[in-house]
Design a protein around this ligand. Structure first.
Ligand code: SAH
Length: 243
């Protein structure tokens, strides 16, 4: 019986792939992968494995989601092991749940293989711990991409008043608006912010600033990039100073 493995490939650095993910990649007959997956990972696939790119660009998906679903289904009808590979973890803004629901509705067996999400690992590898005693006791991972017409909720900015770490994914193009909105609900203009571009990869860039100045400093960074807002950002300077 065929099975589709909804697999997270981690944030970029291929050494952040889990052993379970590596095993299903090595055994796969077909791998269907996204733009955020490090293509180096595909070298682990067996000879004859069909690798299909269904990369997603920021707003316009190269292949619409319903066509990806259909592709997963048709491949599962012909092959035993289909791997659906995504950057980070497939259920963190990765539509893994939607794909699983579709497969289940078609009677296709599936399994989630968790990946290391960029939301935690990218700040961490840039020396920003997303919780830190005395600075932050909670964190939120939020999409910076707002499109109510597509079912992405509009953010309730008033709910960000509390001191906690906020990680914005898909938010670089909204950086100015994010900073303005957070200052609008009372966060000080010198509140710490970092933008990390291409985290965990060799060309990673980390820019640290404040709500007032981060936009000018970071707006032109290459994607993928995420935004970390909160006092924990200051831990980076403490750690680098101690080295
Ligand atoms: N499922 C993914 C997130 C998908 S949303 C995960 O769990 O990591 C895509 C967003 O993730 C990007 O817009 C960016 O904000 C963030 N992202 C993914 N990989 C990244 C990386 N290597 N460096 C910085 N941000 C990254």
């Amino acid at each position: 019986m065929a099975k589709v493995y909804l697999t997270g490939a981690g944030p970029g650095d291929i050494e952040l792939l889990t052993l379970k993910a590596l095993r299903v990649i090595q055994q796969a007959d077909v791998i269907i992968y996204d733009r955020l997956v490090n293509p180096e990972v595909l070298k682990e696939a067996k000879l004859g494995c069909e690798c299909i790119y269904v990369g997603k660009e920021n707003k316009h998906h190269i292949l619409p989601q319903n066509e990806i679903n259909t592709l997963l289904y048709t491949k599962a009808l012909k092959h035993e092991r289909v791997v659906r590979l995504k950057g980070g973890d497939s259920v963190v803004f990765g539509r893994g749940g939607e794909e699983a629901l579709f497969l289940a509705s078609k009677g296709i067996d599936f399994e989630f293989i968790p990946g290391i999400t960029s939301a935690i690992a990218v700040p961490e590898m840039a020396n920003i711990p997303i919780t830190h005693r005395g600075k932050s006791v909670s964190f939120r991972v939020v999409t910076g991409y707002e499109a109510p017409e597509k079912g992405y909720a509009q953010l309730d900015w008033n709910s960000f008043k509390q001191d906690e770490t906020i990680i914005f994914l898909m938010g670089l193009h909204q950086l100015k608006n994010i900073c303005q909105q957070l200052m609008g609900v009372g966060k000080p203009s010198d509140y710490p912010v970092a933008v990390i571009s291409r985290g965990t990869l060799k060309d990673e860039k980390v820019i640290v600033g404040t709500l007032a100045d981060i936009y000018e400093k970071a707006k032109d960074l290459p994607t993928p990039a995420l935004i970390v807002v909160g006092e924990v950002v200051s831990v980076r300077a403490m750690l680098l100073g101690e080295r």
